[in-house]
Design a protein around this ligand. Structure first.
Ligand code: NI
Length: 176
């Protein structure tokens, strides 16, 4: 397995719509494993392929707490096939939007159809934090970040800070 570099906003690759995989083959499985390793090290609870610069509809998640055994989820071509009428609000963060958090309202429960690690079609129903995380990761596949679900004012404040941090990092690297 290999760790992959994580892109941070603003970056045009995070805004692109990712392509479905034809099937979950060894290459896609390798990508899923690499993404999981990258996510665990970061650390994060979810990661989408566009965040590591790969334009494929692949996401991984693991909501297990530190003291619990790992419970990785690996999904290809995830599709939301049902959402609840009620919304739930969670504070969201994102490895591609480092150090910024905001409350986002999304459907409280969802049903997702996807291809699993063995290329089998599966469905899961989720509520609570898992429902929010799945929707957040699927958003990435459509080039949508959680800050795109905030008001333009809030989004622009965060984007300006991210850009500033990026420029400072480039400057630091150049002078090192
Ligand atoms: Ni994210």
């Amino acid at each position: 397995m290999a760790r992959l570099p994580i892109l941070t906003a603003p970056d045009p690759r995070l805004k692109a719509k990712a392509k479905p995989v034809e099937r979950v083959d060894d290459g896609v499985r390798q990508l899923m494993d690499d993404m999981l390793e990258t996510m665990y090290v970061a650390p994060g609870i979810g990661l989408a392929a566009p965040q590591v610069g790969v334009s494929k509809r692949v996401i991984v998640l693991d909501l297990a707490k530190e003291e619990e055994p790992r419970a990785p989820l690996k999904l290809a071509n995830p599709e939301i096939v049902w959402v609840s009428d009620e919304d739930a609000v969670f504070e969201e963060g994102c490895l591609s939007v480092p150090e910024h958090y905001a409350e986002v309202a999304r459907p409280a429960a969802v049903r997702i159809r996807y291809l699993d690690y063995e290329n089998e079609i599966r469905e899961i129903e989720a509520s609570g934090l898992l429902a929010t995380c799945l929707q957040h990761e699927i958003d990435h596949l459509d080039g949508v970040l959680f800050i795109d679900r905030l008001t333009a004012l809030k989004r622009n404040i965060i984007l300006r800070k991210l850009l500033k941090a990026k420029k400072a990092a480039v400057k630091e690297a150049a002078s090192a």
